[in-house]
Design a binder for this molecule. Structure first.
Ligand code: AMP
Ligand code: MG
Length: 414
């Protein structure tokens, strides 16, 4: 196979090699954000008994038929029920029971008169407005019926769902786990943040950005730290890394004399699928598999690192975690500046989308160097300029990918 793949071929290859992890049971408190592994049904009615939706008086609706402000109906109050009381008392004709929200409906009653529409004095309640049968009464199973399949496999559980699962009494839930990810940063020039920046050294910025992205996804991270440009050190780190579901390395994948990642992968028997993509930034992206485990050799330039992570690795991690919406959200926007590019490559230009005259527009960020990480921080989108074209003129409609969560973008200005 020709290893110099197009962007689309490379994406398809990663997708084809990525498998969804097997479901496991987790405590309900840890389930939010996970994808449900199996259908979940309710083993009980929610609520499990008829109860009052209001503070007031449980009555037989027929007894209140003639009630008006001028001519209230008077009913004898024979008891009181609070939430948590059991068993409910019984009422007969002309009787009522004072009831609180959530208390069980008395046998014989079929409605509740709100306290605001009544007046209690000397064991008698005066009712100023009629109620219909069923009014202010929450029947058993009103929310969820016993045996009902409430959530289907594949649902992304959110905090609302956690509440619903709790209402059904599910203390544990079957979910697809988040893949564990090993991080390896290669390069003799890299120093930790707590080390002095001696001549020739740089801060391993992309490592922190990747760790933050993984934290956002919720993936457990095995951080293997900074690894020297030495074949044995790289190989040793990779062997430890391949205990995780996915491995991300940075640097060491281009054509330099100290780029040892590919040879180390071959050494430990990783099945390399591609090591070059017709794209910019991120041409020297390496991808391979070892069983179900995925390997992403992200290029060293920090913009290339993070864009390859967002375009390839994150969608694959999401797929492993059971998601079906994998890729960055895509929009069409009016390009505000013209662009020149290499015809043979798919190019991703950093830009900013905003709304202008009720249309989505996108400006091109000033610095497109793959070493300039701050320009990524001040962009919110990637303009996709496809293989086969050499320029995009201002005013044309282009495809853009949003690189930040949609609810964090201020669309009001460029
Ligand atoms: P490489 O792919 O190893 O040749 O690295 C390409 C460029 O990216 C070099 O200028 C490296 O110094 C830089 N680089 C490599 N790793 C990192 C990192 N973790 N953070 C920031 N820059 C890096
Ligand atoms: Mg390097």
């Amino acid at each position: 196979m020709d290893q110099f793949l197009s962007y689309k071929e490379a994406k398809t290859t990663v997708d084809r090699c990525t498998q969804v992890l097997a479901a496991k049971t987790v405590p309900l408190s840890e389930a939010s954000g996970h994808v449900l592994g199996f259908d979940v049904q309710s083993n009980e009615n929610v609520p499990s008994f008829d109860n009052s939706a209001m503070d007031g008086f449980a009555v037989r609706a027929t007894d209140t038929e003639s009630a008006t402000k001028e001519f209230p109906v008077e009913l004898r109050v024979i008891g009181k029920l609070h939430a948590g009381d059991w068993p409910p008392q019984k009422i007969g004709a002309g009787e009522s029971i004072q009831i609180m929200t959530g208390a069980p409906m008395p046998e014989g009653s079929d409605a509740v008169v709100m306290v605001e529409k009544s007046e209690l004095a000397n064991g008698t309640v005066r009712i100023f407005e009629k109620v219909s049968p069923g009014e202010h009464r929450r029947p058993a199973g009103d929310d969820i019926q016993k045996g009902e399949c409430v959530f289907s496999a594949g649902r992304v559980l959110d905090p609302y769902d956690i509440g619903v699962l709790a209402s059904m009494g599910h203390a544990t839930v079957p979910v697809i786990p988040l893949p564990s990810v090993a991080l390896v940063a290669t390069g003799d020039e890299l120093v930790e943040l707590d080390q002095p920046l001696s001549p020739g050294k740089i801060r391993a910025s992309s490592r922190y950005a990747l760790a933050a992205h993984l934290r956002q996804l919720g993936c457990p991270v095995l951080d293997l730290g900074l690894v020297r440009d030495d074949p044995r050190a790289v190989e040793a780190a990779l062997r430890k890394a391949f205990t995780c579901d996915a491995v991300l390395t940075t640097g060491g994948v281009s054509m330099g004399e100290h780029d040892f990642v590919r040879t180390s992968l071959e050494e430990i028997g990783v099945d390399l699928k591609f090591w070059k993509v017709k794209q910019k930034p991120g041409k020297p992206l390496v991808f391979g598999t070892s069983g179900h485990r995925l390997f992403f050799g992200l290029p060293g330039n920090p913009v290339s690192t993070l864009l390859c992570y967002k375009l390839y690795a994150e969608p694959a991690l999401r797929k492993m975690a059971g998601h079906t919406l994998l890729d960055l959200p895509q929009l069409r926007a009016v390009l505000k500046d013209s662009l020149r590019k290499k015809t043979s490559l798919t190019q991703f230009f950093r830009g900013r989308v905003y709304v202008e005259d009720n249309r989505i527009a996108v400006t091109v960020s000033p610095n497109q160097s793959s070493g300039v990480l701050s320009s990524l921080a001040f962009s919110n989108a990637l303009i996709v300029a496809e293989e086969g074209i050499s320029e995009l003129s201002a005013g044309t409609e282009v495809t853009v990918l949003l690189i930040r969560p949609m609810d964090t973008i201020d669309y009001s200005k460029p």
